[in-house]
Every structure is written in C-alpha cells, then in structure tokens.
Design a protein around this ligand. Sequence first.
Ligand code: GTP
Ligand code: MG
Length: 201
Amino acid sequence: MIINSATFIKSSARVDQCPAPDKPEFAFIGRSNVGKSSLINMLTSRRSLAKTSVNPGKTQTINHFLINDAWYLVDLPGYGYAKVSQKMREQWNTLISYYVRKRENLVSLFVLIDSRHEPIASDLEFMENLGLNQVPFARVFTKTDKISSNELEKNIAAHNNAMMKNWDSLPPTFRTSSAKNSGRDELLDYIYESMMLYNQD
Ligand code: GTP
Ligand code: MG
C-alpha cells in the first residue's frame, strides 16, 4: 500500500473527544519508549509526524493521524513507565481499557514489544485482556536493529512460549526497525488486507 498523505488530526484526552468513528483505524500500544511514535513516522515516511523522545512518557494522549484521507493511525500513550504516580497509572488503564473496548472503528491494535527484552508480565496480561475482550491485535517486535538476528529469533521464541501457556494460537507477528526502515511493507500489507476485510462486513 502506498501512503500518499498523512495528516495530524487531533490529540484527545478522552475517548469521547476522538474524531467520529467513521473511518477504519489502527492503533499502536505498548510500554513507554518501545517505539510507537517512531513506528508511525516510519510507516508514513514522515520524520516528525508523531512526537518521539529518548525519555519515556512522551505521548500522553490519543493522537489521530488521517492517512490517504481514508483511515486513521492512532498513537497511544505507553504503559509501565516507572516514574508516573499510581493515580496516573489508573487514569491510563481507564483510558486505554475504554478505548480498546469501545472504539467501534478500531480494526486492529498493534501491541509493540521491544525485541531486546524477555517476555514481561504487563505485556502478557495486556494481551490476555485483549483476548478476553475479543479485541483483534497483532504483535510488533521493535528496535530489531539493536540485536543480531539470532538473538531476535531466540527472544521471539521465548515470547511465543510464554504466550502459548495461555493461548491456542499466536497472533500475527511483525519485526520492525524504525531506524533501518525495516518491516514497513509487511505492516502496510497487513493493514491493507485487514481494511479490505473490515470494509466487506
Ligand atoms: P512513549 O510515547 O513515551 O510511550 O514512547 P514511544 O513508544 O512512542 O517511543 P518513541 O517512538 O518516542 O521512541 C523512544 C526512543 O526509542 C526514541 O529515542 C527513538 O528514537 C528510539 N527508537 C524507536 N524505534 C527505534 C528503532 O527501531 N531503532 C532504534 N535504534 N531506536 C528506536
Ligand atoms: Mg510516543
């Protein structure tokens, strides 16, 4: 799929402030600093469409980007950032849980996982919850430029093993590097196919 246009539409602090749910959308979620905003920039080939930072906790709201005047990419705040208060954490949980369950035009969520790390409980629990709520999702292993391909496959195998304890099958899985622009075509193809299926219903 070719991206002809990518426009920032708005930042929303609450789900009811988001743009009308009249176009299919795909959202990026995962721990703070995993590379959600960078991945949106990589997919759209815009260097600073979504704001990124070396410091975790950069994205704090729900950010909608309109692509090809036809569908949305959504940048969400990250979880698991140690420096936030308990109250902020609860606010995040409420916001995200509401967003993923109630956003009627959400076609698929991308759960981003840093490919350098072992499986962590918060990611596994988050995906478990998506399953319970029947929210379609795919996994994206990010920052693959930072490790060797052997390490990458070893880490993904560990993630798969951890997931298979509670799941019968694995979700669609992608490997990306925003630094090296890799995994872009695969993700865009998946988005295109998912959108075709969604528009048929
Ligand atoms: P929050 O908004 O805080 O939740 O973070 P985020 O998930 O949006 O992460 P962001 O895209 O801001 O990236 C965090 C840091 O990781 C930045 O310094 C990015 O340059 C870096 N980064 C993101 N993706 C990659 C990647 O694929 N490779 C490398 N080497 N660095 C990356
Ligand atoms: Mg961000």
